[in-house]
Ligand binder design. Structure first.
Ligand SMILES: NC(=O)C1=CN([C@@H]2O[C@H](COP(=O)(O)OP(=O)(O)OC[C@H]3O[C@@H](n4cnc5c(N)ncnc54)[C@H](O)[C@@H]3O)[C@@H](O)[C@H]2O)C=CC1
Ligand SMILES: CC(=O)C(=O)O
Length: 325
């Protein structure tokens, strides 16, 4: 008798199905930060990695598997073959090129559209019921591209959008107010990045709106110059890219939070990408759960905030018009 048979008396065949499988396509800085956050936070116990580089994807898989005993018994698989992604509840796409110093996110659009053309049909072939979550940049436009390529209903195509910008905003508010980021409530909506819109009218601490204390907050005539907080949010990625070459930890944590909301059917509200009009995807506060986006919160906006959101949508539409599908 072999050792295994001496140890175990089989009662039934084991299944690998955990019901919470997540595939991450692109095992670069963003993909691996998201994977590490999801595994260490116990967001999923079943991760599949896919990348074009066979060596890199195998190396990342082995390195994580060697850490298994420090985590929560997750199954970690990897391949260049999309069959490894079969049965995923969520597929997160972080593959493609990133900005070099001096480039904007919009500069990446056609190169990363071409990458998505290869990836999306493969993901859907193996996981037809999946929710697609896009992080590759320019994320708003690539979420629109994914929606077009996939033919899925909008509620199942989600971009990480301004979830990251909002987290940066809350951190910077916390620094100025001396209050924890989790207790500083505020949303950035619209484009992830350069034309993002800070909803100053709703920023609050324990329900106390800062705009009731300073009616000019965030505007050009605000003598306390709070608008610099949003300016810093917009500059954040450029600053980090200049310093370390890429951004990774914050977006990894942001993706893990969105994945958790879906896998736990949390009905929690996140500024995620959604098709606000037929031809543009921009971030608005969305209620997320196991079926994807359930609702969009009807956030009251000032005329100025609405005008900025429309400007964001216009920029998106202009860039989208030039994409070759
Ligand atoms: N939405 C957000 O808030 C953020 C988005 N990003 C974006 O995420 C993307 C990835 O950034 P990084 O991880 O830093 O880049 P990276 O260069 O470190 O990794 C990209 C990975 O994609 C893989 N890849 C390329 N083409 C592929 C294909 N056709 N199929 C499968 N894998 C493929 C590469 O082999 C590489 O491993 C960029 O577009 C970047 O701009 C980055 C930070 C924040
Ligand atoms: C690169 C990028 O999109 C970010 O860190 O915001």
């Amino acid at each position: 008798m072999e050792t295994l048979s001496k140890l175990l008396q089989p009662i039934q065949k084991k299944t690998d199905d955990t019901g919470n499988k997540v595939t991450v396509v692109g095992v670069g800085q963003v993909g691996m930060a998201a994977v590490f956050a999801m595994l260490t936070q116990g967001v999923t116990s079943n991760i599949a990695l896919v990348d074009v580089s066979a060596e890199k994807v195998k190396g990342e898989m082995l390195d994580l598997q060697h850490g298994s005993a420090f985590m929560r018994n997750a199954k970690i698989s990897a391949s260049t073959d999309y069959a490894v992604s079969a049965g995923s509840k969520i597929c997160i796409v972080t593959a493609g090129v990133r900005q070099r110093e001096g480039e904007t996110r919009l500069d990446l659009v056609q190169r990363n559209t071409d990458v998505l053309k290869m990836i999306i049909p493969q993901l859907l072939k193996h996981s037809p019921d999946t929710i697609l979550m896009i992080a590759s940049n320019p994320v708003d436009i690539l979420t629109f591209v994914t929606w077009k390529l996939s033919g899925l209903p909008k509620q199942r195509v989600i971009g990480s959008g301004t979830n990251l910008d909002s987290a940066r905003f809350r951190y910077l508010l916390s620094e100025r107010l001396g209050i924890a980021p989790t207790s500083c409530h505020g949303y950035i909506i619209g484009e992830h990045g350069d034309t993002s819109v800070p909803v100053w009218s709703g920023v609050n601490i324990a329900g106390v709106r800062l705009s009731d204390l300073n009616k000019d907050i965030g505007s050009a005539c605000d003598t306390e110059n709070w608008k610099v907080v949003h300016e810093k949010v917009v500059q954040s990625a450029y600053e980090v890219i200049k310093l370390k070459g890429y951004t990774s930890w914050a977006i990894g944590l942001s993706l893990a939070q969105l994945a958790r909301a879906i896998l736990t059917n949390a009905h929690s509200v996140h500024p995620g990408e959604h098709g606000i009009e037929d031809e543009a995807f921009l971030s608005l506060p969305c209620v997320l759960g196991t079926c994807g986006v359930y609702d969009i919160v009807r956030q009251p906006l000032t005329d100025n905030e609405l005008q900025q959101l429309r400007k964001s949508a216009k920029v998106m539409a202009q860039v989208q018009a030039g994409i070759k599908f």
